[in-house]
Design a binder for this molecule. Sequence first.
Ligand SMILES: CC(C)(COP(=O)(O)OP(=O)(O)OC[C@H]1O[C@@H](n2cnc3c(N)ncnc32)[C@H](O)[C@@H]1OP(=O)(O)O)[C@@H](O)C(=O)NCCC(=O)NCCS
Length: 174
Amino acid sequence: MPTDLYLIRLSSHQGDSHARVLAHLRQLSDDDLALRFGLARVKDETLVSYVRGLNFDRDVVLALQDPSSNIAALAHAARYEVQLATGREARAEVSFSVVPAHRGCGLAQLLMRAIIEAAAEAGIDRLCAQCVSANRPMRTVFAHTGWSVEVDSGEVVAALTVRDHARASHVQTI
Ligand SMILES: CC(C)(COP(=O)(O)OP(=O)(O)OC[C@H]1O[C@@H](n2cnc3c(N)ncnc32)[C@H](O)[C@@H]1OP(=O)(O)O)[C@@H](O)C(=O)NCCC(=O)NCCS
């Protein structure tokens, strides 16, 4: 990993978190945004709406940022609950973005491991994720970090049971 990047968990206490996430997403190309959001075309107002709706207290949002607080890589685990026959289960849908200049350095894999650990600390039982089957880098990240993957009709549906993979660790919250 580039030595000038450090890992943080974004929080609502830090007033500019929403603006910094938006600035990060605006660095992505149209094709990257389509992969990130699973939409054919992502308009700027979609980004603004997504960022406005981010709940840093409910969700786990991790960033790798430089000393000027520019976000190079972002992972969002959006929390929700499901009712199973065995009781309620906390789940989160995860999504990733890395700015082009920092790709291929292992940042998404580092963030994935960190989000699994942060999910364990937050009491999340299961992580889920989706991407198109042509997204080889994301599929490699799933393969390197222990996810179960099913491919159907050009879509990858991935899942991971948190307790099977989390290690004790600490993510700095600012
Ligand atoms: C997907 C994404 C997050 C990966 O970020 P990254 O930091 O470059 O990923 P990493 O460097 O941790 O790992 C990528 C792996 O894919 C591999 N890879 C890259 N291109 C590949 C290809 N065409 N075929 C197979 N593997 C490929 C890399 O070699 C690396 O594996 P390695 O560690 O064994 O060498 C980034 O490309 C991105 O932001 N894409 C746009 C948004 C997106 O697709 N998000 C995912 C959907 S939620």
